[in-house]
Design a protein around this ligand. Structure first.
Ligand code: 7RM
Length: 652
C-alpha cells in the first residue's frame, strides 16, 4: 500500500471503539468524563500535576522548585535529590514485592532466569560495587553493548545507583557505530558479552567490540558477560569477566544522592545529518513521566505480568522495560531473541506460558504476524491478555483490527502510543479506560502535555489539514540537550517553529481533536520501527571506494513500514554488477548494522539535483515508490537525469 492510499484509508476510518464496561470497572481512569476532569484541572498549570506525581517517588531530599525554564533548557525539580535505582528497587523491598518477580527472562534457546526484586537489588548493588572497584565514579560515561540478558538492566541500574551515565548501544549495531558512540560520549568503560542469540545464531559481540575498541581511546576497561560460551580474546589488564569481578563484590551499596538533573543516560538517535545525536536524559523528571505513563497507559496493576517486546538498545526498552515498570514494582517479561524463532508462534507461546496481561509491541511485528497467518496465534491460549499496545510508527487500520480481533479477542483496548527518543516517555496516547479509540490514531496528548499541529509560523492549522507536530510546553522527560552540542539541540528542535519543540513529524488533527501521525517530514526513515537517518546510510555507501555519490530514500513497505532504496553513482569507469550490489549491502551492514541494509540498490549515472547542487530526494522517493515522478520538477537542473532514471525503471 502506498503512503497516499494509507492516508486515504485513514481519512475514511470512522469506527470508534469505546472501552468496555468490564475494563472500566477496574481501570485507574475509568471514564471519558474522569479524563476530561483531570485535563481541565491541570490545563493551566501542568507543572503542578507533574510535581504531585513526582512527590509519589522516593526522594532523598524533597524538591521545592518545580520547573526552571530558560528556553530551550528545562530543569525539573532542580533542588531535590533522588536516586532512580533506589526507586526501582529498594523502595519495593519493604513491601510485599520483595520476593515478587521483577524480571522473568527467557533466552532464545529456551533457557530461563527469574529475578525477584530482592535478587535484582542484590545483583545491582554488587555490580555497582564492581563499577566503583574498577574506578568508575559519578559523572563517568559507560557504554553498554549487550544482548537482551538480565545483565543489561542490572548494568543500567548499577550505573544509575552510583551516578554514572549509561549509553546503551543496540546489539545489532556494527563495530563502527559502537566506536563512534564510545568516542562521542568519551566512555571510560564498555560492558559487553561474548555474544548473544538471535535467530539461532550466536552474534559475536565481543569480536565487534574489539574492532570498535581499537578506535575508542577513552575506554580504559571492558567488562565481558559470558553468555554463549564462544571463545573470545581477553586483553590482560583491560578486559575482565563479569562473573569474576562479581565473585568478590559486596552486596551493600547505598544509593548515591543525585541531583534531579543528574544525567541518567545518553541514547544515540538518527537525525537528518550523518552524525547520530546523543539525546541526554536526566533523572527525576524522566522517572516521573516514565512511572506515571507506565502506570496509567498500561493500567498496570500489582498482579499484572507485562511484556514489552522492544530491545533495550532503543528508547522503548529503556523507559518501558526498565525504568517505568520497575519503578512501579511490576513483573516484566524479557525475551532475548527473535520473535519468529524457532517458529512464528514464539511470542504467543511466551504470552501463554507466563500468562501475560499487558503486551506492547510494534506495528511492523503485527504486520509480520499477519503474514504468517492466524493459525499461529490460534494454537495458544491468549486469554490472559487484557491490554495491548503499539509504538514506533503509524499502525494501519487493517493491522489494528487484526491485532484487536485475533490477539485481543475484541476485548482488549489498544493503546497506540506516540513518542520519541527525545521525548523520553509517551506523549500522545489513549488512556485505556477512558479514551474511545479510532484505529490508526494515537488519539490525543496526555494530560500535562501540550501538543498541537501547526503551520510554519506556529499557528494551529484547521481540522483535517496536515501540519507540523509540535510540543508547546516543556515536559518532565524531555531531552535536556544533545550531548556535548547544545547549539545543535537548539537548532534541531527549537528553531524551526517559533516558540515550540518541533518533533520532525507531520500530522493532522480531525474534527474530534484526534491526532493522526503522517510520518517524518525530515530525512529519517523507520524500518521495522528502527529509526535510521538517510544521511548515515548515504555516508556509509560513499565510504566504499568505488562509490561516488549516494542518495537514500524510504519507500512504503507492507511489513517493515518503510524499506530502504539507495541510488548510487560509481567512481570513474567502475561498472555496476550484482556482486558489487551485494558488496555494498554488506558494507552498509558493516558500517551501521544489519538494520540499515538497503532492500534495493539502483545504480545510475547521475542523481537529480537542483541548480545549487542539492539532491532532490523527493523525486527519488516518488520514483522508488510509484515508478514515476509527478511532482514539481522545475528546480531540477538537468532533466535528462530524470529521463534516464525513469527509463531504467521501465527496464527493470
Ligand atoms: C518510541 C520511538 C520516533 C519516531 C516519531 C514518529 C514515529 C513513534 C509512533 C510513531 C506514529 C506512533 N522512538 N512514531 N510512535 N508514529 N504513531 N504511535 O519509536 O525515536 O525511535 O522514533 O517514530 O515518526 O517521531 S524513536
Amino acid at each position: 500500500m502506498t503512503e497516499n492510499e494509507n492516508i486515504t484509508t485513514l481519512l475514511k476510518e470512522k469506527r470508534l471503539f469505546k472501552p468496555s464496561a468490564l475494563f472500566q470497572k477496574t481501570a485507574y481512569l475509568p471514564s471519558f468524563s474522569a479524563l476530561q476532569t483531570l485535563r481541565k484541572k491541570i490545563l493551566k498549570k501542568p507543572e503542578l500535576f507533574w510535581a504531585a506525581e513526582a512527590r509519589k517517588l522516593k526522594w532523598i531530599k524533597p524538591f521545592k522548585k518545580v520547573l526552571v525554564w530558560n528556553p530551550p533548557f528545562a530543569q525539573w525539580f532542580p533542588d531535590g535529590k533522588i536516586n532512580i535505582s533506589e526507586n526501582c528497587l529498594d523502595r519495593h523491598l519493604i513491601t510485599a514485592r520483595k520476593n515478587k518477580a521483577a524480571i522473568l527472562w527467557e533466552g532464545e534457546p529456551g533457557d530461563t532466569r527469574t529475578l525477584t526484586y530482592q535478587e535484582l537489588h542484590r545483583e545491582v548493588c554488587r555490580f555497582a560495587n564492581v563499577l566503583k572497584n574498577i574506578g568508575i565514579v559519578k559523572g563517568d560515561r559507560v557504554s553498554i553493548y549487550l544482548p537482551m540478558i538480565p545483565e543489561l538492566p542490572i548494568a543500567m541500574l548499577a550505573c544509575a545507583r552510583i551516578g554514572a551515565t549509561h549509553s546503551v548501544i543496540f546489539g545489532g549495531f556494527s563495530a563502527e557505530a559502537l566506536k563512534e558512540r564510545n568516542v562521542d560520549a568519551q566512555a571510560k568503560l564498555l560492558i559487553t558479552a561474548d555474544g548473544g542469540y538471535r535467530k539461532g545464531q550466536a552474534i559475536p559481540l565481543k569480536a565487534n567490540a574489539d574492532i570498535a575498541l581499537a578506535g575508542s581511546p577513552s575506554v580504559e576497561k571492558v567488562v565481558v558477560v559470558r553468555r554463549t560460551g564462544a571463545p573470545v580474546a581477553m586483553l590482560s589488564g583491560r578486559d575482565f569477566w563479569w562473573h569474576e569481578l562479581m565473585r568478590s563484590a559486596s552486596s551493600v551499596c547505598p544509593p548515591e544522592p543525585l541531583d534531579s538533573e543528574h544525567p541518567l543516560f545518553i541514547l544515540y538517535t538518527s537525525g537528518s545529518t550523518g552524525k547520530p545525536k546523543g539525546a541526554l536524559h536526566t533523572t527525576a523528571g524522566y522517572l516521573t513521566q516514565a512511572a506515571w505513563t507506565t502506570r496509567m497507559i498500561f493500567d498496570l496493576k500489582e498482579e499484572d505480568t507485562y511484556w514489552c517486546t522492544a530491545d533495550i538498545g532503543w528508547v522503548t526498552g529503556h523507559t518501558y522495560i526498565v525504568y517505568g515498570p520497575l519503578s512501579n514494582g511490576a513483573t516484566v517479561v524479557m525475551y532475548e531473541g527473535a520473535p519468529l524463532h524457532p517458529q512464528p508462534d514464539r511470542c504467543w507461546e511466551i504470552i501463554e506460558k507466563y500468562r501475560i496481561n499487558v503486551f506492547y509491541t510494534a506495528p511492523t511485528a503485527i504486520r509480520t504476524f499477519i503474514k504468517f497467518g492466524e493459525e499461529w496465534p490460534k494454537k495458544h491460549d491468549l486469554s490472559s491478555l487484557r491490554l495491548l499496545g503499539t509504538v514506533g510508527e503509524p499502525i494501519n487500520p487493517q493491522a489494528w483490527l487484526w491485532y484487536h480481533q485475533v490477539i485481543g479477542k475484541s476485548k482488549c483496548p489498544i493503546v497506540d502510543t506516540w513518542w520519541q527518543t527525545e521525548t523520553g516517555a509517551i506523549m500522545i496516547s489513549p488512556l485505556p479506560g477512558a479514551t474511545p479509540l479510532k484505529p490508526g490514531s494515537a488519539t490525543a496528548p496526555l494530560p500535562g502535555i501540550q501538543a498541537d499541529v501547526v503551520d510554519k509560523t506556529g499557528k494551529p492549522v484547521p481540522p483535517d489539514q496536515g501540519g507540523y507536530l509540535v510540543i508547546q510546553k516543556p515536559w518532565p522527560a524531555m531531552l535536556r540537550t544533545i550531548y556535548g552540542d547544545p547549539e545543535r539541540f537548539k537548532k534541531q528542535y527549537w528553531s524551526q517553529i517559533p516558540g515550540a519543540y518541533f518533533t520532525g513529524d507531520g500530522a493532522r488533527k480531525d474534527k474530534d481533536g484526534y491526532f493522526w501521525i503522517m510520518g517524518r517530514i525530515d530525512d529519517v526513515i523507520k524500518v521495522s520501527g528502527h529509526r535510521l537517518g538517510t544521511a548515515e546510510i548515504e555516508s556509509a555507501l560513499v565510504s566504499y571506494p568505488q562509490v561516488a555519490e549516494a542518495a537514500v530514500v524510504g519507500r512504503p513497505d507492507e511489513v517493515t513500514g518503510e524499506g530502504i532504496v539507495a541510488f548510487v553513482t560509481l567512481q570513474g569507469r567502475t561498472q555496476p554488477d550484482p556482486i558489487l550490489r551485494e558488496k555494498l549491502i554488506e558494507h552498509v551492514a558493516k558500517v551501521i548494522g544489519a538494520v540499515a541494509k538497503p532492500s534495493e540498490i539502483r545504480f545510475t549515472d547521475a542523481l537529480p539535483k537542483t541548480r545549487s547542487g542539492k539532491i532532490m530526494r523527493r523525486l527519488l522517493r516518488e520514483l522508488a515508490t510509484s515508478g514515476q515522478v509527478k511532482g514539481d520538477v522545475t528546480t531540477l537542473e538537468d532533466f535528462s537525469v530524470l529521463t534516464k532514471l525513469q527509463a531504467a525503471e521501465e527496464e527493470e
